[in-house]
Design a protein around this ligand. Structure first.
Ligand SMILES: NC(=O)c1ccc[n+]([C@@H]2O[C@H](COP(=O)([O-])OP(=O)(O)OC[C@H]3O[C@@H](n4cnc5c(N)ncnc54)[C@H](OP(=O)(O)O)[C@@H]3O)[C@@H](O)[C@H]2O)c1
Length: 203
C-alpha cells in the first residue's frame, strides 16, 4: 500500500484518486477549496481523507493535479511541507488552441516545479499523456513517466504497477518536455478520429 496525497479536486484528482483507492492505496485530497476536497473524498470513498491546504501532505507520493498555470503557485504555497516527497507533475501546459506547449526545452513544467520545490523533493512527470476518463476506466494501461531519482522512479513504478498499469520510463527530467508535447499529440489524435477514450501504448 502506498500513501498518496493529491493536490487539487478536479477531474484528474478524481480519476487518479478513484483508481488508487480502488486498488487499496490510502488517498488524501488537499485542495484550496476545502468543500470541494470533502465532496471529492466522499465520492472516492475507501476512507479517503482531506488535508489542510498548505500543511504537510500525509502521502509519500504527492500528485500535483492542478492547472499548469497554478502548479508552481501551489508548490510554493506548500513550501517546505513538501520536503522529501515524490512530486508527480501531471500538468499539460497547452497554449490557447492546444496547437503547442508554452514551455521550452529545459524549462518544462516538471522542471519549473522542481525549481520551486524543496531541494530534497523529487519530481516525476506522469499521467499527462492519458485522458482522465481512461485512467478512471481502470483497464490495463501504459503510463509514460520521466524524471525523479532512482528511488522516486521505483516508488512511482511500484504504485503504477499495483493499479494494473505498466510504467514506461522515458528517461530523466529533460524528457518531461517531450511528454508535454506528447499530450498535444494525444489530443490531436483523439480529435481526428482516435477518440477521447484512446491511449498510447508501447509494444
Ligand atoms: N482532464 C484530463 O483528461 C487531463 C489529462 C492529462 C493531464 N491533465 C492535466 O491535469 C491537471 C488537472 O486537470 P483537470 O482536468 O483535473 O482540471 P480541472 O478539473 O479543471 O481541475 C483543476 C484543479 O486545479 C485547481 N487549481 C487551479 N488553479 C489553481 C491554483 N492556482 N492553485 C491551486 N489549485 C488550483 C482547481 O481548484 P479550484 O476548483 O479551486 O479552481 C481544481 O481543483 C491539468 O494540469 C491538466 O493539464 C488533464
Amino acid at each position: 500500500m502506498t500513501s498518496i496525497s493529491i493536490i487539487g479536486s478536479g477531474n484528474m484528482a478524481a480519476a487518479i484518486g478513484t483508481r488508487a483507492a480502488a486498488h487499496g492505496h490510502s488517498v488524501e485530497i488537499l485542495a484550496r477549496n476545502e468543500t470541494a476536497a470533502q465532496v471529492l473524498a466522499e465520492r472516492i470513498g475507501h476512507g479517503t481523507t482531506i488535508g489542510s491546504y498548505g500543511s504537510r501532505p500525509a502521502g509519500d507520493i504527492v500528485v500535483i493535479a492542478v492547472l499548469y498555470q497554478g502548479a508552481v503557485d501551489a508548490v510554493e504555497h506548500f513550501g517546505d511541507a513538501l520536503a522529501g516527497k515524490v512530486l508527480v507533475d501531471i500538468t499539460n501546459p497547452f497554449n490557447a488552441d492546444a496547437s503547442g506547449v508554452v514551455t521550452t526545452p529545459g524549462d518544462s513544467m516538471a522542471e519549473r516545479i522542481a525549481a520551486a520545490a524543496p531541494a530534497d523533493a523529487s519530481v516525476v512527470k506522469a499521467f499527462n499523456t492519458i485522458f482522465g476518463g481512461v485512467i478512471a476506466a481502470d483497464e490495463p494501461l501504459d503510463v509514460f513517466f520521466a524524471g525523479g531519482t532512482p528511488e522516486a522512479k521505483q516508488a512511482v513504478s511500484g504504485w503504477l504497477a499495483s493499479m494494473g498499469t505498466q510504467a514506461r520510463d522515458a528517461g530523466g527530467i529533460g524528457m518531461a518536455y517531450a511528454l508535454e508535447w506528447a499530450g498535444i499529440l494525444l489530443v490531436g489524435l483523439a480529435g481526428n478520429g482516435a477518440g477521447f477514450d484512446s491511449a498510447f501504448a508501447v509494444r
